[in-house]
Design a protein around this ligand. Structure first.
Ligand code: GCV
Length: 705
């Protein structure tokens, strides 16, 4: 039996915000009689039972035996046939069998069956999400399974406070939930509370340290293993597995070897022994995440080796334990000469990785940022996702809002992620396969090893910290929730996910949500990503943020730097010529039809125009206005939309306290005020910059400074 005091008993002091699992969210299930059946010594099954007890004790239901006419029967059974979870092994994938659940409603009685306790826990939270509708309506018999086998949240948390990047790199929510005072926290109850929230969305893996692995963090792999085991024990009750980011130089820095050459026998032996120790300490450990030869991190290039050599070294070490290596494709020259217009950062990942397709071991996942540059508010989809059919590819998203308002701006990112997941790299060819199919292992001509493994799945940088609201801005919780839901089902409608999140997060004690709260949250969040886009960098050009911390406008901030992020604005025009005809040739990395759609000014979508082309300010967009007028119009409109969001929120004032908790209200008001201030700053700087560069006045005579 698991230690009852360290499993799913979550007592956190001071209590963090309940996020999408307040008691009210449990009301419908909590009124029922619930039976839980399964292996009694399974730690996650204990959690399922505890969750049922928690809900029913709050709402007058009861946990009963399976023969006591339960309203909800939750059954974990390893017997995989139609009499248990309804999943016939011959007809469904391993993923469906191991991670899916079946839900049957028969005359108002709900039965959830799954092959594992973790899948059953996901099924329980499915019932919670449905609320009363789980028990009403016609009989149903449905099977649910995640689209991706690997659904990971990466934490860029440092053990030590980094002198520049702080405790959490690109973190906007306070300190780390894992570390404080240079070590793993003594009290990890908040980590278990986090795992509970993740389980309610379907995320089941967490990498607990920054991909920039500094000297202190490197030791998590060796000296600190008992501490890592404590973190894993805090995540495990909710079926969440632990991963570590490791340094490619570890054989030298930790092992005392003279080389980290991936083809060196001593190096290989060192990694094998290191992996053996990790799995001895954490038997359900997931694997390693690696950022190599990127932004100063060590890698195989130092030895004349390539990324496949590097990744396969670690893959060999973790293979005996069924471990996975997430090897990041975020590789580019960060010491570029801005005078050199032939080098294009957008090309880098494809140039490095596409030629290696087919050389990665079966347990390597190449993790690809959604865009070729760096998590911009708008950029093209990375061509790497279409360029490595024989490799398990994962899509990497950024829940933490580094470039999208840093959790001071309300910016609901699910519509943006959804666009990326639904992008069809081959247009209507290849049966209309989309990015979500590629990362599920179902891309065109995916070999059996990729397909059988279910592809590389999805990963994202978490936005969570030790802030009371988890995410700084309470409304940024919606992004974390939406990531988990899209990781389970990438076809979900972002507005529907938001509605679901509102229904859970703002559930009153009776389980219902005040309709005005629901309406206002949709008004504030539904289009907030496009609103943010409208008052920041225009038409896909990206990177007009202040260097270093990346908050607020600085149009030329990166223009003459080594980072490869330029817009090339001069008195006549702006944008990056990435065409094959006259530019960097980046368009050639896409398959048809996009290589031609993007190449041609006449067909390139407006929203990516400056990503692919350098055009005069007078260039007329497909929308009918000139580029410079578009900048003015969108920046004026964007600020007005933020004002509308502020007004929508303020219209709820009479619901505080009551339907709207005062602390949530106060924090959201504070953030919206900052968003408005910042949007005005963006508008005025951008408009003034473009007016001064171009000399072209606003057609509507509005104030430009
Ligand atoms: C963890 C961007 C961020 C870095 C981050 C890097 C990455 O460059 O600004 O803070 O480093 O991406 O994804 O590795």
């Amino acid at each position: 039996m698991p230690d009852e005091t360290t499993s799913s008993e979550i007592v956190v002091d001071p209590a963090p915000h309940a996020a999408w699992l307040p008691d009210g969210a449990l009301a419908a299930a909590g009124r029922r009689r619930v039976a839980v059946v399964g292996p009694p010594d399974d730690e996650v099954l204990v959690t399922v039972r505890r969750e049922a007890e928690r809900a029913t004790s709050a709402y007058g239901g009861a946990v009963v035996g399976p023969d006591d006419s339960p309203d909800i029967l939750l059954e974990a059974s390893s017997v995989l046939d139609s009499s248990s979870n309804g999943l016939n092994k011959d007809h469904v994938s391993t993923l469906d069998v191991e991670s899916g659940f079946r839900i049957v409603r028969d005359g108002g009685r709900v039965t959830v069956t799954a092959a594992t306790a973790t899948a059953l826990l996901h099924g329980w939270f499915h019932v919670v999400r449905l609320g009363e509708t789980a028990f009403t309506g016609p009989d149903v018999d449905e099977r649910h399974a995640p689209a991706f086998a690997l659904r990971v949240l990466d934490h860029w948390d440092n053990v030590d406070v980094h002198p520049v990047m702080g405790q959490v790199e690109r973190g906007y929510s306070g300190g780390s939930i894992f570390y404080a005072d240079g070590r793993v926290r003594d009290d990890l109850s908040r980590v278990t509370a986090y795992a509970r929230l993740l389980a309610a969305t379907g995320v089941d893996r967490v990498c607990i340290n920054n991909v920039n692995v500094h000297a202190r963090e490197a030791r998590l792999l060796t000296d600190d293993l008992p501490e890592v085991a404590r973190v894993a024990a805090a995540l495990r009750p909710y079926g969440v597995r632990t991963h570590l980011a490791v340094s490619f130089a570890a054989p030298m820095t930790l092992g005392g070897l003279t080389t980290s050459d991936p083809l060196d026998d001593d190096v290989r032996a060192w990694w094998r022994a290191a992996a053996d120790r990790v799995w001895a300490a954490v038997p359900d450990f997931g694997g390693f995440v690696v950022k190599a030869d990127s932004e100063g991190q060590p890698g195989p290039f130092a030895y004349g080796r390539d990324h496949a050599d590097g990744a396969n070294l670690l893959a060999e070490a973790v293979a005996p334990h069924d471990g996975v290596v997430h090897w990041r494709a975020f590789v580019y020259d960060h010491a570029q000469d801005w005078r050199d217009r032939s080098t294009d950062r957008a090309r880098a990942a494809y140039d490095h990785f596409a030629p290696l397709d087919g050389r990665f071991a079966d347990n390597v996942v190449v993790q690809v940022k959604h865009g070729p540059i760096d998590f911009q508010t708008r950029e093209a989809v990375s061509p790497v996702l279409a360029g490595m059919p024989a490799t398990r590819l994962a899509l990497e998203l950024q829940v933490t809002q580094e470039y999208t308002g840093q959790q001071r701006h309300a910016c609901y990112l699910a519509p943006w992620w959804s666009e990326n997941l639904g992008f069809r790299p081959w247009g209507e060819s290849a049966d209309g396969a989309a990015v979500r199919d590629v990362v599920a292992g179902r891309g065109p001509s995916a070999p059996a090893a990729v397909a059988d493994a279910g592809g590389g799945g999805i990963a994202a940088v978490s936005n969570v910290g030790d802030d009371r609201f988890w995410t700084g801005h309470p409304l940024a919780q919606a992004n974390l929730y939406a990531f988990g839901r899209l990781a389970w089902d990438p076809t979900l409608d972002p507005a529907a996910i938001l509605d679901e999140w509102v229904g859970l997060t703002f559930a009153g004690p009776d389980g219902g949500v005040e309709p005005r709260v629901r309406e206002a949250l949709h008004a504030v969040l539904d289009d907030s990503w496009r609103t943010y886009e409208s008052y920041t960098a225009p038409l896909g050009v990206g990177f007009m943020v202040r260097p270093g911390h990346h908050y607020g406008p600085d149009v030329d901030g990166y223009e003459y730097t080594p980072w490869g992020t330029y817009h090339f604005a001069d008195r006549d025009g702006i944008g990056v010529d990435r065409t094959r005809a006259t530019g960097t040739g980046f368009t050639g990395q896409y398959p048809a039809p996009w290589r031609d759609v993007y190449e041609d000014l006449a067909t390139c979508p407006d929203e990516l125009l400056l990503f692919f082309h350098h055009v005069p300010y007078t260039h007329v967009l497909r929308s009918g206005v000139t580029v410079v007028q578009h900048v003015y119009d969108t920046h004026f409109a964007g600020v007005e939309r933020v004002r509308e969001a502020v007004a929508a929120w303020e219209s709820l004032a009479d619901l505080v306290p009551g339907a709207l908790p005062p602390d949530v209200d106060a924090r959201v008001r504070e953030r919206l005020a900052e968003q408005l201030r910042s949007a005005v700053e963006w508008r005025d700087q951008l408009n003034t910059y473009f007016f001064r560069k171009s000399g072209i006045p606003d057609a509507h005579g509005r104030t430009i400074h």
